[in-house]
Design a protein around this ligand. Structure first.
Ligand code: PTJ
Length: 255
């Protein structure tokens, strides 16, 4: 039985997000290991003050520019992302014209289908990477995640990969693709290897990303390219670490 979280509870938002993951587990979207991954994310979220930092905004701006200037951007969806951002994934796909592809670390055909139908119920029309459609291969990668859809990740020049587990980002980069990651842990392999890592909670990132994409939509290619070339992923990650170190007592007093 679930107790209802009082709205004025100081940690109501964080506890609410936690419940979305637990609901996702019950619906078969999320694996048990996804709860542990979420807990790791919560820790880093606590350390950055559970808010979108100025350097995360800079990374989101650059990610929007990259998605808009890519020929074949693709949004990769795993269990946690589907549970936390179902409706927003579809809005993001529409805003930047990127297809949605399911790609799972703890792969099962059943969960692939549950995620697909969850997204379809929310309005998605063509969810890639499900069942027999996974006929292409990502080189330099072991496990089920190497099997991808030839119309999606295989063809993509840019792959958007929230809550990633590291080695796939490296493999995609080795294939010459650009990777936009969303990872609360600025020390993770994903964060370090991605073209752009947004160090923030995916729940906060996606609505801001959609809004910025809509604002940048009429910009010409030259100004988008300029925005991308000004971004330095390592410097941005360093800034996240600096804010974590600075936060200390100031953050713990507020959350
Ligand atoms: O659905 P599957 O089978 O593809 O599995 C998905 C998980 C997330 C379980 C799998 O990819 C995994 O084990 O990931 P890791 O290696 O635990 O990495 C997840 C990363 O996401 C960690 O660095 C966390 O800090 C980060 N993270 C967790 N929750 C969030 C997050 N980053 C942004 N927003 C979050 N809400």
């Amino acid at each position: 039985m679930r107790i209802s979280i009082p709205k004025d509870h100081p940690r109501a938002v964080s506890l609410g997000i936690r419940e979305m993951i637990v609901d996702g587990l019950k619906e078969g979207l999320v694996v048990e290991e996804g709860l542990i991954a979420h807990g790791r994310g919560e820790t880093f979220d606590y350390l950055i003050g559970e808010k979108t930092t100025p350097n995360a905004i800079m990374a989101i701006n650059t990610a929007a520019a990259l998605l808009l200037s890519s020929r074949h951007p693709v949004i990769s969806v795993n269990g946690n992302f589907a549970a936390l951002c179902g409706k927003e994934i579809i809005e993001l796909s529409r805003a930047c014209g990127a297809p949605i592809e399911v790609n799972l670390f703890y792969h099962s055909v059943r969960r692939e289908r549950v995620i697909k139908s969850h997204l379809e119920k929310l309005g998605a029309t063509d969810v890639l990477g499900v069942g027999r459609n996974r006929t292409a291969t990502i080189s330099n990668l072991n496990g089920e995640r190497k099997r991808v859809d030839p119309r999606g990740i295989a063809l993509a020049d840019t792959v958007f990969v929230p809550l990633e587990d590291g080695d796939r980002t490296e493999a995609l980069i080795k294939m010459g693709k650009k990777v936009i990651a969303v990872d609360l842990n600025p020390l993770s392999r994903t964060a370090v290897h991605a073209t752009i890592c947004i160090v923030d909670n995916v729940v906060r990132v996606i609505p801001i990303l959609i809004q910025i994409i809509l604002e940048l939509k009429n910009k010409n290619r030259h100004s988008l390219t300029n925005m991308i070339s000004r971004f330095d992923n390592f410097r941005n990650l360093d800034e996240s670490l600096r804010l974590i170190r600075l936060g200390g007592s100031e953050i713990s007093a507020t959350i």
